[in-house]
Design a protein around this ligand. Structure first.
Ligand code: ZN
Length: 132
């Protein structure tokens, strides 16, 4: 194995020339910790753009999983109100007849529908970009 000395190379962030650590053996891309953090931030940003649906899948799957589990504490039957209650974990309260909707389409479909509505409402510009 040839014992080659590390050669100076430009930092991938600030473009200044630096001498990489011998132990890195050609893997070091940045000159210091600050540039390393910036490179990591850019790599994460690129990964998140490329894998937009990754965390959305996890979020929706966890929400649907939670809907099948029983709630942690049930109030006594006499204390249950007859008014419509949004599905568990819901952040939207659209004042809809949730009990009727749940009876008609089921809790899992309601959660999925609510998730889709939230995506459209929260990102109106991104979702209508194809229709200027
Ligand atoms: Zn640098």
């Amino acid at each position: 194995m040839p014992n080659t000395k590390p050669r100076k190379q430009p930092c991938s962030i600030c473009r200044t020339w630096f001498l990489p650590d011998e132990r890195q053996k050609g893997r070091q891309k940045t000159c210091n910790a600050e540039c390393r953090k910036e490179r990591h931030r850019r790599q994460c940003q690129r990964w998140n753009r490329k894998n937009k649906s990754y965390f959305k899948d996890i979020y929706l799957n966890q929400k649907l999983e939670r809907s099948t589990q029983p709630p942690p504490m049930q109030p006594p039957p006499s204390a249950i109100e007859k008014k419509a209650i949004p599905p568990p974990g819901s952040r939207l309260n659209l004042h809809l007849p949730y009990d009727v909707i749940v009876n008609e389409i089921g809790k899992r479909h309601l959660i999925t529908l609510e998730y889709l509505i939230k995506q459209v409402v929260q990102h109106p510009r991104r979702n209508t970009a194809a229709f200027p």
